[in-house]
Design a protein around this ligand. Structure first.
Ligand code: PMV
Length: 326
């Protein structure tokens, strides 16, 4: 038997950083996916799990009995292997299998690659082991894995990767509500090779808020109102308002100190080439921007590509998907 699962990456439209303080957020699943394939090893004597990642190429063994990845990384930087390892443990995966990972989401760009790999691994391995998990359970297990690997993580990445579409995460991440929008949302992602460090950036905002509470708290409150307004704009197809809100949000993210020269350049390049709105997506400091570009997708992509990387994205209505070949 061979089981293949795919799960989409994500982009945060509104609410990065403020979500850490219990504010709402809106995220979209993008049509760049992680694919995880599980099959039985030909050599039945082999009692490890062989993991092959296609891009960037990486090949490792997981020894479940010894509880380690071979060969070990001296700097303890196993990247997505840690997510795969912990995901397999969640569903009591046994050895003697091969896992192939094909990642079409750029790593370290704030586009939810680790969440997508985690969600797809849990979905594939649970089906392989004939464990019936609901989407809610997949999202919950995947969030637990992110917490175990990273120490801290909001559930936004794993939720959107599991369910797909557009999700409004209510205050204190209480509920994830799918937003049904019936108009096209032409988006471009621009990303720099320089990754942002989410942990450090979250910490820097925390320190700024501690030093200047009466200045930073109103900024976070404004971000909350932006997200609420954006929800309405999305539901009513109000393009102009959506763009305005993205641009205002960008100014506030800059005020929190999470901008960078590369991100700023991309934000303005996108606007100068016709994007109605553009802003950082994710933690900032490096990583990605998102631009809202009705009728200007190609123009914005090629303008951004002159200095960084860019691609247009479509919202992926499908979340995690599993396919079984007997
Ligand atoms: O860069 P990303 O996609 O990991 O986004 C981080 C979003 C933050 O709000 C900054 C942190 C979080 O856990 O929500």
């Amino acid at each position: 038997m061979q089981v293949t699962a795919t799960a989409p990456g994500k982009a945060i439209l509104f609410g990065e950083h403020s979500v850490v303080y219990g504010k709402p957020a809106i995220a979209v699943a993008v049509d760049r996916r992680a694919q995880v394939k599980i099959q039985k090893l030909d050599n039945t004597e082999d009692n490890t799990i062989q993991v092959k990642v296609k891009n960037p190429p990486l090949s490792r063994c997981i020894d479940l009995k010894e509880d380690r990845i071979i060969p070990e990384d001296k700097n303890n930087q196993n990247g997505i292997l840690d997510y795969i390892f912990k995901s397999l443990k969640k569903v009591n995966q046994e050895d003697g299998i091969e896992i192939t990972v094909d990642l079409k989401i750029p790593l370290g760009a704030g586009l939810g690659s680790s969440a997508a790999v985690t969600v797809a691994t849990i979905a594939a391995a649970s089906r392989y082991n004939q464990i019936n998990l609901s989407k809610d359970e997949i999202a919950e297990y995947a969030h637990q894995v992110e917490l175990e690997v990273q120490g801290a993580a909001s559930p936004i990445d794993t939720t959107i990767s599991t369910f797909g579409g557009i999700i409004y995460l209510s205050r204190n991440a209480k509920t994830a509500i799918p937003l049904q929008i019936n108009w096209d949302l032409p988006l471009v992602i621009g990303y720099t090779e320089k990754p942002g460090n989410t942990g450090k950036l979250v910490e820097s905002v925390r320190l700024k808020r501690k030093a200047y509470p009466e200045i930073i708290n109103p900024i976070l409150d404004s971000m909350e109102r932006i997200t609420e307004n954006a929800r309405e704009a999305l539901l009513h197809g109000n393009q102009k308002k959506l763009g305005d809100l993205m641009n205002i949000n960008q100014g506030l993210l800059d005020a929190l100190g999470v901008n960078s020269i590369e991100l700023s350049n991309m934000v303005y390049t996108a606007r100068n080439t016709g994007a109605i709105g553009s802003k950082i997506t994710g933690a900032g400091g490096g990583g990605s921007i998102i631009a809202f570009c009705p009728n200007k997708l190609e123009k914005v992509v090629s303008a951004l590509e002159a200095s960084e990387n860019a691609f247009s994205v479509h919202i992926s209505p499908e979340g995690v998907q599993v396919n079984v070949d007997e």
